[in-house]
Design a binder for this molecule. Sequence first.
Ligand SMILES: [Zn+2]
Length: 183
Amino acid sequence: MKLLFFLLCSCLISCGEDHKNTKTTLTKTAEPETSAPVEKVIKSEKEWRELLSPEVYRIARESGTERAFGPNYKAFKEKEKATGKTGVWECACCDHKLFKAETSFDSGSGWPSFYSVYSKNSVIEKTDNKYGWSRTEVICAKCDAHLGHVFKGERFNNPTDLRYCINAAVLKHSSESSSKESK
Ligand SMILES: [Zn+2]
């Protein structure tokens, strides 16, 4: 975990270096609300354990995976139906905005699937070589919770040809208007 944190810091520092050498065009292209650097939420393992349910803790903090078509997924689909795909799906650990509900699509995988993230500051993507093949892990940019993986080129009929395959347990629904407060 310490190594991971170190790598993350190194990445952030080197990214910061890069930005110094580029022209300042970022503010023109990004939405003002979402272009600000993400303020990290850092808690101890003990604090997360106290805050989260055992299921969410196992998935978010220990890189677990929920069962496909399990109760979490069913609850997700029910919420999606009830809200008519409006609002935002936030991180269950820290309330960070992750996905617009309207970018969800039915992949048949048994996990929530999205073709795009809420903003470029929503998640961090990193290579995951567990289980002998290379995948791209998706983690919350604010609290580093493990969310799931992203797959490219699967030819689902969506605008990006991406599938963010996310554990329903780490998603919390919020309407746009009531989600402005953050911890
Ligand atoms: Zn989070």
